[in-house]
Write a protein that binds this ligand. Sequence first.
Ligand code: ENO
Ligand code: FE2
Length: 421
Amino acid sequence: MAAYLSRLHHISLHVSNVDKVAHELVSRFQFNVFAARLTDRAKQLALRRGSAVFVVNERLNERQSRGWSSVRDRRELNCLYGAHAHYPVDTVSNVCFEVEDVQRASAELRDRGVCEFLQPPTEVTDDCGRVTFSIIRSPVGNVCHTLIDRSRYRGLFLPGFHQVQTDSETAGHSQCPITHFDHITFACPRSCTAHITRWYRDTFGFRRFFIDRNEDVDEGYVLNHNGIGLRLTAMEYWNSSESGITLPFKDEKEPDCKFVIAESLPEQGRNQVDTFLDQHRGAGIQHIGLYTEDIVRTAHTLSLSGVQFFSPPPAYYTEVGKQDEIVAAGHDPHTLSQYGILLDTDLYTDRRITDGQRYLLQVFTKPIFGEDTFFLELIERRGATGFGEGNIRALWRSVQAYMEKEEHRETERQDKQSTPS
Ligand SMILES: O=C(O)C(=O)Cc1ccc(O)cc1
Ligand SMILES: [Fe+2]
């Protein structure tokens, strides 16, 4: 039996400069720091926007730390609730789920032999109660999952963290209505998808869902022409009550967690998934979709605070079909073009805007870290549950153009350095 998950609790980032990344999430993405943990060996900040919680972790090196002696100290002082392994570049690596009973879930997974444990069930307590957690490795690169039971904890976040007064200057919900994590997308090498989907099915009970009506159960959604070489496979998790996350649009429900696997296909040449795999030094979390109730207002707020978005070619907004689609959905092509927002009807349910009002809007940020790896996405769903083919193509092209420009810049920089003056 698969381990029963209650809900996604938080997502962890492991970075070389926690203050820099937290500042970016606060000043640009309007997250609020609400809890912190500082020890000799680690600095951990918890940030929130709606129910989307990031924990940003930095392991302090020996120079920064004030000295520790025993092995016991060393274990205790690492990033609590995260895996201890050092990673060479900034990375988003832990998706933490709440479970009802960590001991039982861990024992079941161990008995079935499908999981490698990075941390056996461990109890942490403070004045507000106790939590139990364990950590398992995912088959996706450096990704791991903390399973946590906080039902016996009354504190604000997790034991070991203290409350941080929230900065009231950040924009309120009305300017930046991000409510939760919509989906998490993995970048994976060739031929890994089947193994990953099987693992998530057997371990947690994730189920496949189809991005496109014509998608093959085994092949996934394959885009393999006109320069795009991509296999997308999506899976979703509903907890057993099937209550899901309530969306504002027509009281529709969304699953408790959605993963998308992006696998690069070789025929069309080197692409953005390959770039991620190179620069990230392996498979991992490529982007996270943040759900917003109003993408235009959110993109406006974030762009004023300095967030940069990918834009499709200007022709995207003037193509007759696309322009009609945007106007029919009640949006203004010029406004969407200001922020690079893409609009697509839900091809899988195939209910056109005019009769079903089913569409989705997406916009993608430039990479967040020093490398061309992880980025964020804003997504507003108007009844559409999947991902639009048009948006995927437009995103692919704009990321591809950006990466080619970056690589060209890097070659020029290297050429200049090697030319004697
Ligand atoms: O469209 C989305 O939001 C996805 O998550 C699908 C996707 C995944 C990876 C890419 O490099 C491009 C598109
Ligand atoms: Fe996405």
